[in-house]
Design a binder for this molecule. Structure first.
Ligand SMILES: N[C@@H](CCC(=O)N[C@@H](CS)C(=O)NCC(=O)O)C(=O)O
Length: 218
């Protein structure tokens, strides 16, 4: 099977969940980072660098033996199954993982909404509401779900899944300081989310990927 993942040249959760799943699972893939004119072409024509159509003019897009599929969750689940990080024979655990990926989408959407205003004061207010109301609420929900899993420090069952990779990288973004108004210590009250981050960072393949791909742990 020939797999190419198209995404931008950044370690954003939408791509990193799949890149990491494939890397952990030892599945070879082409980690195609779209840049420059290729991004302009994608926006203008909807065409990927391989001249195939990105269905929603957005990335990530996965090419599997010349066939295309889009949407972060669909791609992560497909690759998660290949890599053994998403169950093939346990529909309930699969749904539990899905609920986390869907939550990552919801949180991402809240950040997008808070970034829309170009006017400085309104943007600051939107970010303040994000950082003091929305994010704490969703972090607490996630922390509660982690507490319910007695089998490990991960979201579902005994082992790491695409749910953990998605939230780990999403949290990496939210605490990076790149989002004005969102403090880097915003995770401080959430012991289980902090533990989850630690577990994922300590995974030897995650560490190896970081060093190999970015030259450092990010
Ligand atoms: N619902 C899509 C959203 C993907 C998305 O928003 N991708 C962004 C980059 S993170 C993008 O391609 N933006 C370009 C655009 O929408 O023009 C998914 O889950 O993959």
């Amino acid at each position: 099977m020939q797999i190419t993942l198209y995404y931008f040249k950044i370690p954003f959760w939408r791509a990193e969940v799949t890149r990491l799943a494939l890397f952990i699972g030892g599945i070879p893939f082409n980690d195609y980072r779209v840049e420059g004119k290729e991004i302009d072409d994608l926006k203008a024509t909807g065409l990927l660098p391989n001249k195939k159509i990105a269905p929603f003019k957005q990335l990530p897009v996965l090419d599997v033996d010349g066939k295309i599929v889009a949407q972060t969750g669909a791609i992560a689940r497909f690759c998660g199954k290949l890599a053994g990080l998403y169950p093939k024979n346990n529909d309930f655990e699969a749904a539990q993982i899905d609920q986390i990926i869907d939550t990552a989408q919801d949180i991402n959407y809240l950040v997008t909404l808070s970034s829309r205003d170009k006017e400085k004061e309104r943007l600051e207010l939107a970010r303040k509401i994000l950082a003091t109301k929305h994010l704490p609420k969703w972090f607490q929900f996630l922390d509660n779900l982690l507490e319910k899993n007695n089998e490990s420090n991960f979201f579902v069952g005994k082992k790491i899944s695409i749910a953990d990779l998605a939230i780990w990288r999403l949290l990496g973004w939210l605490t990076s300081g790149l989002l004005d108004g969102v403090p880097t210590d915003i995770l401080e009250p959430y012991e289980r989310l902090k533990k989850l981050r630690e577990e994922v960072y300590n995974h030897p393949k995650v560490h190896e990927w970081m060093i190999k791909t970015y030259g450092k742990v990010i």
